[in-house]
Design a binder for this molecule. Structure first.
Ligand code: C2E
Ligand code: CA
Ligand code: CA
Length: 515
């Protein structure tokens, strides 16, 4: 509001002091004399300069406004905001010819922050942000500037330096990542988080302005985030902005589903006993003609809003079954393919018939399909249709996998009631399990419970060889994650399995559970 008034006053001042008004000043005075006589002429001659003088005080007024922006801090982290980083960058860049020093800008974001909040609650999210802000400051030098942008995103302007080259910035980014990957203690729980970083080096910036530096760092950050958690990217001009405008994306969704742009990619699941591929999870990907490969996080909420979940599920199921048939024919044994079912899918009274029909069409045993159901669905569901459908799918012979186990508070009674065959232990229990005793204890407790209940176990989000080895040692049956493979297109699975099988034949111990 304050800004709108200031803008209006500015426009008025510009109009009154602009050349066109000055040119018309004599005519204005003459008009005033003609209209109201001498009195009006005097009034006009006095009032106009007074008004212009008054409006000329405005720069001070708006400077105060800008100053206020610079002074404003974020209520949660006490960090300054975007305006401060832009201002600092501008100042350093403006004086670089005199000082011979330059700067660089980094943008960083905590990975899967929304997931962390939905698992551990918003107060935990706030604590992570506050702690992260402090840790970032501890890593930096005193005169570097850190600001909070929006949500879990921060920006850094380096204090004047002689050189900010690739190596320096990668080292700095790695130090920040290490600091932020230390566990966050909330009550008795330890939470693990990672962050992605994008930066802009002075030599690569599209222009020598604060705005250009920050925009470039954020473009690099988008690219880093797209490459998975914990990535670091430097800005280069060929990085296209990945910003997605809401609306234009959803307008294309219906057509994309129908013309085959949205299909599953597959991520392998490995048996820790044998090292062999025991399954594949089908994960939706949109091969967007302009924007490249998009992940569910970028379009799933639109699919839901547009009521297209059922169509997505049909497409995923069809391609997943087609894939397992083709792997069979190519001589690769994949015991089962897992498809994610949303609560909406499971509430569909026709879902069981549809699945039966698809399995028949491909002449596949129901055991070749694993139905992935979020733990939260079975913990909260008093929906009879959902319960009946899950039970019918189990009776038919499909595997029931409990997804994101450990985040949804399912009771043992419900695990039994829904005939769960396997639990997929959430990534939050897996991260750094090789390095952290508490993580190991939690995993051991979950695995013991699963063993007693005769449930199979799969750990997801396994990112390092160390985590993989620890899970095998603790007796987890299957593992899935980036350390084994990222999700890949169907075409790539054939080559990947071929090379995996060959590696397995050469090094029989790798990936096997220690006895
Ligand atoms: P999810 O079912 O928990 O799938 C696992 C997610 O973790 C996938 O993200 C996968 O790419 C990612 N991931 C795998 N390994 C690692 C790792 O080592 N580290 C980390 N940090 N992440 C890893 P993606 O593909 O983006 O899918 C996100 C979510 O979207 C899925 O989470 C699932 O809930 C949903 N989704 C995907 N496809 C479908 C679908 O066809 N239908 C429905 N209803 N939901 C789907
Ligand atoms: Ca899943
Ligand atoms: Ca999961």
């Amino acid at each position: 509001m304050q800004r709108t008034i200031a803008d209006t006053l500015h426009r008025l001042r510009d109009a009154l002091t602009g050349p066109h008004t000055i040119a018309f000043l004599p005519a204005l005075c003459l008009g005033a004399y003609w209209y109201g006589g001498e009195q009006m002429l005097v009034l006009c001659a006095l009032a106009l300069p007074a008004l212009v003088a008054l409006l000329n005080l405005l720069p001070n007024l708006t400077r105060r406004d800008a100053d206020q922006d610079l002074q404003t801090t974020d209520g949660l982290t006490r960090l300054p905001l975007r305006a401060r980083v832009l201002h600092t960058l501008d100042q350093i860049l403006d004086s670089r010819d005199v000082t011979g020093r330059t700067t660089a800008c980094l943008a960083l974001e905590i990975d899967d922050f929304r997931g962390l909040c939905s698992t551990f609650g918003d107060p935990a999210g706030d604590l992570i942000l506050k702690t992260a802000a402090r840790r970032i400051q501890d890593v930096l030098r005193e005169h570097d500037t850190v600001a909070r942008l929006n949500g879990p995103r921060f920006a850094i302007a380096l204090a004047p330096v002689r050189c900010a080259d690739l190596e320096t910035l990668i080292q700095l980014s790695s130090r920040i990542q290490a600091a932020l990957s230390e566990p966050y203690s909330i009550d008795a729980t330890k939470i693990f988080a990672t962050c992605s970083i994008g930066f802009c080096m002075p030599g690569r910036a599209p222009a020598q302005s604060g705005q250009a530096f920050l925009d470039a760092a954020e473009i690099a950050l988008s690219d880093a985030r797209h490459n998975g958690p914990g990535s670091i990217r430097a800005y280069s001009p060929n990085l296209a902005p990945r910003t997605l405008e809401h609306g234009s994306l959803s307008a294309d969704l219906g057509a994309a589903l129908e013309n085959g742009q949205i299909i599953p990619w597959f991520q392998p699941q490995i048996s820790t006993d044998t090292g062999e591929v025991s399954g594949m999870e089908a994960l939706a990907r949109w091969a967007h003609p302009d924007r490249g490969i998009l992940s569910p996080g970028q379009f799933m909420s639109d699919i839901e809003e547009l009521g297209l979940l059922e169509r997505l599920n049909e497409i995923m199921l069809y391609h997943a079954l087609m894939a397992i048939k083709t792997w069979d024919k190519a001589g690769f044994h994949v015991a089962s393919v897992a498809v994610n079912f949303s609560p909406t899918d499971l509430a569909n009274p026709k879902i069981v018939d549809k699945i039966r029909w698809e399995l028949d069409r491909f002449e596949l045993e129901p055991s070749r399909l694993s139905v992935e159901i979020l733990e939260s669905v079975i913990s909260s569901s008093d929906n009879d249709t959902i319960s009946r459908n899950i039970w019918a799918l189990k009776e038919m012979g499909c595997g029931i996998d409990l997804d994101d186990y450990g985040t949804g508070h399912a009771s043992i009674a419900n695990i039994r009631r829904f005939a769960v065959k396997r639990i997929k232990i959430d990534r939050s229990y897996v991260t750094r399990c090789d390095l952290d005793r508490d993580q190991q204890s939690m995993l051991a407790a979950i695995l013991t419970m699963a063993e007693r209940l005769d449930l199979e176990t799969l750990a997801e989000g396994v990112e390092t060889v160390g985590e993989h080895a620890m899970l095998a040692q603790l007796g987890c049956d299957h593992v899935q994650g980036f350390s084994i493979s990222r999700p890949m297109s169907f075409e790539k699975t054939l080559g990947w399995m071929d090379s995996h099988n060959r590696k397995l034949a050469q090094t029989p111990q790798i990936g096997r559970r220690a006895s």
